[in-house]
Write a protein that binds this ligand. Structure first.
Ligand code: MTE
Length: 298
């Protein structure tokens, strides 16, 4: 059986957290504080990063390019109400609420490694649902080959969008078989809390065998299509950021090696570890790329 995050978190912080939660629950007089998810056999049993690391060292260019900008500025984003437009090659297109996409009863905990293309990594205890479940509900048509995702564009609340740092809105995409893989989830929480804004509230993609930039945050549109969709980083610099972006220690970024990574939270000298092919998820995903030249399809 796999461990829940509470089993692998150092006891002192767990106890602190419990008293914190107890205080919150007393204040709110509500037993339903926090989010829980069923444990999953896809979770790693490695110890997750602290909530502090996960929420203070982020990439979310909509709030600025500094690692601490999202923590500083993302509270300006209004995440309620929220709806996601699902369109394109589906039988039941429309505007879906979070409760349709990720009903509380279906939530799972997925403790995943996250490997950024910048060569740092973390372990994050996500709460979410397989992307395949919502795709099943909306009915993917046989002609569909790709799924594309879009973040919202709201420069009044997302200060980074006032400048043309990226071609806003941020967009990403997967091949349909990648989207349907059981590892691919839509997350609505982490560490038993609704997703913090800096991590992509209220709904973000998590694709653990790909570089982190594929895991698009704060999604407002999901489109099924038969052509390879636009993807922000790939379009910006195709020689540096591929459409596939599978974690691969043997294919270097043109400006740095991808052979090792710096584990955030490991301390100044605790630092580097070897990067694993497909970020360690080869058993689940290597077959998706059988016969493909991964040095060309990076
Ligand atoms: N999604 C949007 N909309 N904007 C972004 O700038 N950054 C990506 C990805 N999703 C990004 C995004 C990158 S580069 C990484 S590494 C991860 O989010 C970081 O996720 P985290 O901050 O939750 O660790």
């Amino acid at each position: 059986m796999k461990l829940n995050w509470s089993d692998v978190t150092p006891k002192s912080s767990w106890l602190n957290r419990r008293s914190f939660l107890a205080a919150g629950a007393a204040l709110a007089a509500s037993p339903a504080l926090g989010l829980t998810g069923k444990p999953s056999s896809f979770s790693t049993d490695a110890e997750p990063n602290s909530l502090k690391d996960i929420t203070n060292y982020n990439n979310f260019y909509e709030f600025g390019t500094g690692k601490e900008d999202p923590a500083r500025y993302a509270s300006a984003l209004t995440t309620d109400p929220w709806s996601v437009e699902i369109d394109g090659m589906v039988d039941r297109p429309g505007s879906y609420g979070l409760e349709d996409i990720a009903p509380e009863n279906d939530l799972e905990e997925r403790i995943y490694r996250l490997r950024c293309v910048e060569a740092w990594s973390m372990i994050i205890p996500w709460i979410g649902v397989p992307l395949s479940s919502i795709l099943g509900k909306v009915g993917v048509q046989p002609s569909a080959k790709y799924v594309s995702f879009e973040t919202l564009f709201r420069p009044e609340e997302m200060r980074g969008q006032k400048r043309p740092i990226l071609d806003w809105p941020y967009r990403e995409a997967l091949r349909l078989d990648e989207a349907m893989n059981p590892l691919t989830i839509l997350a609505t929480g982490l560490y038993s809390e609704p997703l913090p804004n800096q991590n992509g509230a209220p709904l973000r993609l998590v694709v653990p065998w790909k570089y982190g930039f594929k895991s698009i945050k704060s999604i407002v549109r999901i489109t099924l299509t038969d052509k390879q969709p636009f993807a922000t980083w790939n379009a910006l610099q195709p020689s540096e950021y591929g459409f596939y972006a599978n974690v691969n220690p043997e294919v270097d970024h043109p400006r740095w090696s991808q052979a090792t990574e710096r584990k955030i939270g490991a301390g100044l000298f605790g630092g580097r570890q070897e990067t694993q092919m497909f970020n360690g998820y080869g058993e689940q995903v290597a077959s998706l790329y059988a016969g493909m030249d991964l040095t060309k399809n990076y």
